[in-house]
Write a protein that binds this ligand. Sequence first.
Ligand SMILES: Cc1cc2nc3c(=O)[nH]c(=O)nc-3n(C[C@H](O)[C@H](O)[C@H](O)COP(=O)(O)O)c2cc1C
Length: 186
Amino acid sequence: MPENHQLHELIRRRWSPRIYNDAEVEPWKLRTLFEAAGWAASCFGEEPWRFIVASRADETQFDRLLGLLVEKNQDWAQHAGALAISFGKKTFSHNGAPDRFGIHDTGTAFGQLSLQAVALGLQVHGMGGFDAARTRVEFGVPDDFEVGAAFAIGYLNGDNAPPEGRKRKPLGEIVFSGGWGKAAAF
Ligand SMILES: Cc1cc2nc3c(=O)[nH]c(=O)nc-3n(C[C@H](O)[C@H](O)[C@H](O)COP(=O)(O)O)c2cc1C
């Protein structure tokens, strides 16, 4: 877990597990997760995010999403309680102009959903390893939407706490002040 105890507990306890336990996620929890996503901020209040989700309770739809994942992800994601894929709208609805923040804001929504999951005793694991082109065809995704990330949602086999030894880049490498590459001094 991150050492800084000033970080919110939800941030400290979030991680990307590969040890889901085949349990279903209650529909009210799934609804709450996507509601958390929908409360994200977005440029011009566009709410550009869209999601396709399948609970393992619906085997046909769950298998459809599972089949889009690369094999390495299928190995562990098959045990999740639900699978989903995010999409971000590429244009603003009010004037049709390109919205370069569409996928950015969808990422914010995904982050909120991930933290809400921790609050509900779940963990979310994002995946880039899936067939985005096939996703478009399979689900009739309009051209105006960027395919985002796939993700697994579920309960864990064992401890929900993150494993020891996770590391992050030092702040000096990611936060600059006064010029690119100049570590912010705080
Ligand atoms: C957009 C995105 C794509 C990812 N793709 C994969 C993936 O295909 N397979 C996988 O096992 N993990 C994937 N991950 C998980 C990352 O490897 C993980 O978030 C990162 O190593 C940091 O670990 P943590 O989430 O436990 O802090 C992905 C995460 C994100 C956000």
